[in-house]
Design a protein around this ligand. Structure first.
Ligand code: FES
Length: 100
């Protein structure tokens, strides 16, 4: 694990998420109650979760509306015990860093 810069702080509007590619991974970073990062590809059919609708901690995959908790990566509502990997995020003076 190492801290890597993933985005400028201004790139992600409050209440929204955005997908970034880094080190061969596609990661969703959300600006909701602080910054949160998790794998961006939905376990259902690899949809990009980042642009999904956010309500509190829950984001809805835009393709078929499976829901994930952006803080824990857990899939909610459907299958149990499925979890996307989450990453710590630090907001530094020069941008957002994730520990990947
Ligand atoms: S790809 Fe996410 S719900 Fe189908």
């Amino acid at each position: 694990m190492a801290w890597k810069k993933i985005a400028e702080k201004s790139e992600i509007e409050s209440g929204k998420g955005k997908a970034f590619k880094i080190d061969g991974k596609q990661i969703a970073v959300f600006n909701q109650d602080g910054f949160h990062a998790m794998d961006d590809l939905c376990v259902h059919q690899d949809g990009s979760i980042a642009p999904g609708k956010l309500e509190g901690n829950i984001v809805e995959c835009p393709l078929h509306f499976w829901k994930y908790n952006i803080k824990t990566g857990e899939l909610v509502d459907y299958l149990k015990d499925i979890k996307l990997e989450t990453y710590q995020v630090q907001s530094r003076d020069d941008g957002l860093y994730v520990d990947i």
